[in-house]
Structures are given as structure tokens and as C-alpha cells.
Design a protein around this ligand. Structure first.
Ligand code: UGA
Length: 347
């Protein structure tokens, strides 16, 4: 099988290639702006990488959609701070470029695995979100946070429509707060614009305050990247064609945690970090900030976001295995090492 991954150097892309190289005989064609996270696979003869930009290297993309069997377009800006600061960039890259890819898959009759997002459920208050019955609840237009979710929602609907007209073989998947090594760029976290787990870790490592937005009672279910990748592998395998035309939540409902608890757990893990004499004490304190102050007026939050994973369990036989503390510890270990290399670690 030949797989095309656009945005192959990203958090999900690099881990997926690694797994494919380790456990299958499949070939992967990949494009990204850099190969900084791909050292594990770059020399493998079954991995074909080019450094490039999908908005510029359109002929390469067209040719490889035609050549490959399964297309996985992972290019998008996925950090809430950017939804408010750069909403048009989020739309142009996340929506317009991906629409082009969807249409190429239709044109060449290729199977697409499309990454939707847990964000599409928005401020829905269901105790668990179901792929097939939960409503999508977004705020007003002036709340620019929703541009990412809206763009993903519309693409989900376009893909669905092509599917129901018999023009596209697709599976949509919705990651729920996947975490792990290489989650976000450490420089983005230094500027204060990365996703929460990386943000808190870098704050702790740099002895800066951990800033809890609006009190920190909002909850997320954190999913370890390797669990997510295992589910994706089953979707790519697509045994008995069961994934065709389906949408899957991929998350860990047992790893629910408030942002305040997350901050406490990370601080405790950091203080107990094995062999960490030199940095066993972090002076980070937990402070509260308003969302207006932290993100700007275009922000609106989600208070709970828990996936129902019954479908993935039933059709794919998949369940997540990594618990919250273990997932956070593995992520923390990686960023401590990365911070040490970059000279950020405060003694
Ligand atoms: C994320 C992103 O939109 C996407 O990566 C993705 O689609 C989706 O969720 C997902 O991974 O499932 P969100 O969970 O809101 O959205 O993003 P985070 O930046 O990780 O924020 C989580 C919570 O922490 C929010 O309530 C935020 O206000 C809070 N936060 C964030 C803080 O309290 N302090 C910080 O320093 C940063």
C-alpha cells in the first residue's frame, strides 16, 4: 500500500510514519516544510520525503494523490491562540488547501482519511460526544475562536456529501487532545501560544507562573499519542471495509482532567522527576488570568469535552491504554530533555 501524508513532520504525521515503518511493509510519501522530527524514518527506503509547501508544490501533490492509495492531509494550524490572532491563515490553510486535496481525491478515486477535530462539538453540554448524534454548538462570529472548528465542520460535511453521492471513499477521525513528545514547538510555548500541556510544562521548566484561564475548572480528556496512532493504524488497515464512510472519535474518556488539576499534577511530576536534583524545585506558582487577558476578546472556551469511543471499540476493537499520569510523565520527560538541549532549564 502507498500512503501520502501531507504535513508529515507534524505531531501526528511523524509518529504515524514511525509506526508504519516499524510495523508494516507500506510505503509512505510525505511532504512538509522541514524534516526536524523525522530522523527515525528519513533513511528508510520505504519513506519518500520532500521538503516543500503544499500551497506551492501543487504539482507534486497532484501527482502523488494520483500515485498513492490512501491520502492523509494533516496540514493545519491547530493552536487556539492562532485562531484568534491569525483567523484567515487558519482558514486559508486549514480549509482552502484541504478542500483542494479532497477534490483531488474525488478526481482520482482515492481513499481519504480526514482529520476533523474534537473542537467541532464546540460548547455542547452532552456528557459524552457521539460522532453520529451530538450537535455542534459554536458562539457568535465575533468569537473568532470558532473559525477552526467551523472550517473543519464544513470540510466534514463536504466529504460526507461526496461520500453519499458515491464519489469518495472516506473515513473522518476526531482526535481528542492528543499529547506526547513533540506536541508543540518549544519556541511557540516560550511565546505563550502553544497548547496547554506544552505550555504548562515550559512554564514550569522556565520557573514562570502557570496561568489558569478563567479559573481552570474547564476539563479535557488527554489521549496519549501512541494510543491515537494505534487507532489510526486500524483505520488505515480498514479490515472488511468497516471504516468506509464512518466518523471516529479517537480519545481517552478515562483521562478527564481540569486545567487546575493538570497544573498540579505536572508540578508534582516535575518535582518528583527521577534524578532531578538540579531542578527538583520549580518556583512556578499557579495564577489565574481572564481569557480576555490571555487570548483576547475573540476567545470562548469549552467547559467539558469527553468522547464516546463506543464506535471505535465496536468496529475496530480499539481502546486506549495509557493513563493520564503516565501520558503526562512521558510528555514531561521529552520536554525536559528538549529544554536541557536548548539551555532553557532553570536550576
Ligand atoms: C485544542 C486545539 O484547538 C486543537 O489542538 C485541537 O483541535 C483540540 O483542542 C484537540 O486537541 O482535541 P483546546 O483543548 O481548547 O483546543 O486547546 P488548549 O490550548 O490545549 O487549551 C486547553 C484549555 O487550557 C483551555 O481551556 C485553555 O483556556 C486552557 N489554558 C491554556 C490555560 O488555562 N492556560 C494556558 O496557559 C493555556
Amino acid at each position: 500500500m502507498k500512503i501520502l501524508i501531507l504535513g508529515v513532520n507534524g505531531f501526528i504525521g511523524n509518529k504515524l510514519v514511525k509506526k508504519i515503518m516499524q510495523s508494516t511493509g507500506w510505503e509512505v510519501y510525505g511532504i512538509d516544510l522541514s524534516c526536524s522530527k523525522l530522523s527515525h524514518s528519513i533513511d528508510n527506503p520505504r519513506f519518500h520525503f520532500i521538503e516543500g509547501d503544499i500551497t506551492i508544490h501543487k504539482e507534486w501533490v497532484d501527482y502523488h494523490v494520483k500515485k498513492c492509495d490512501v491520502i492523509i492531509p494533516l496540514v493545519a494550524i491547530a493552536t487556539p491562540a492562532h485562531y484568534i490572532k491569525e483567523p484567515l491563515q487558519v482558514f486559508e490553510l486549514g480549509f482552502e488547501e484541504n478542500l483542494r486535496i479532497v477534490r483531488l481525491c474525488v478526481k482520482y478515486g482515492k481513499r481519504i482519511l480526514f482529520p476533523s477535530t474534537s473542537e467541532v462539538y464546540g460548547m455542547n453540554s452532552d456528557p459524552e460526544f457521539s460522532e453520529d448524534t451530538s450537535n455542534f454548538v459554536f458562539g457568535p462570529v465575533r468569537k473568532q475562536r470558532w473559525i477552526y472548528a467551523c472550517a473543519k465542520q464544513l470540510l466534514d460535511r463536504v466529504i460526507w456529501a461526496y461520500g453519499t453521492e458515491g464519489k469518495l471513499d472516506f473515513t473522518i477521525f476526531r482526535p481528542f487532545n492528543w499529547i506526547g513528545p513533540k506536541l508543540d514547538d518549544i519556541d511557540a510555548a516560550k511565546e505563550g501560544s502553544s497548547r496547554v500541556v506544552t505550555q504548562f510544562i515550559i512554564n514550569i521548566v522556565m520557573n514562570e507562573p502557570i496561568r489558569l484561564v478563567d479559573g481552570g475548572m474547564q476539563k479535557r480528556c488527554f489521549t496519549y499519542i501512541e494510543d491515537g496512532i494505534d487507532c489510526l493504524m486500524k483505520i488505515i488497515e480498514n479490515k472488511k471495509g468497516l471504516c468506509r464512510g464512518e466518523i471516529f472519535n479517537i480519545g481517552n474518556p478515562h483521562n478527564e482532567c481540569s486545567m487546575r488539576d493538570l497544573a498540579e499534577i505536572l508540578l508534582a511530576l516535575y518535582r518528583n522527576h527521577s534524578g532531578s536534583e538540579a531542578y527538583s524545585v520549580s518556583a512556578s506558582e499557579i495564577i489565574e488570568v481572564s481569557s480576555d487577558e490571555y487570548y483576547g476578546e475573540g476567545y470562548q472556551d469549552i467547559s467539558t469535552r469527553k468522547p464516546s469511543i463506543k464506535k471505535a471499540q465496536k468496529l475496530l476493537g480499539w481502546v486506549p491504554l495509557v493513563g493520564l499520569e503516565s501520558a503526562l510523565e512521558k510528555t514531561l520527560d521529552f520536554f525536559i530533555e528538549e529544554s536541557r538541549t536548548k539551555g532553557l532549564l532553570c536550576a
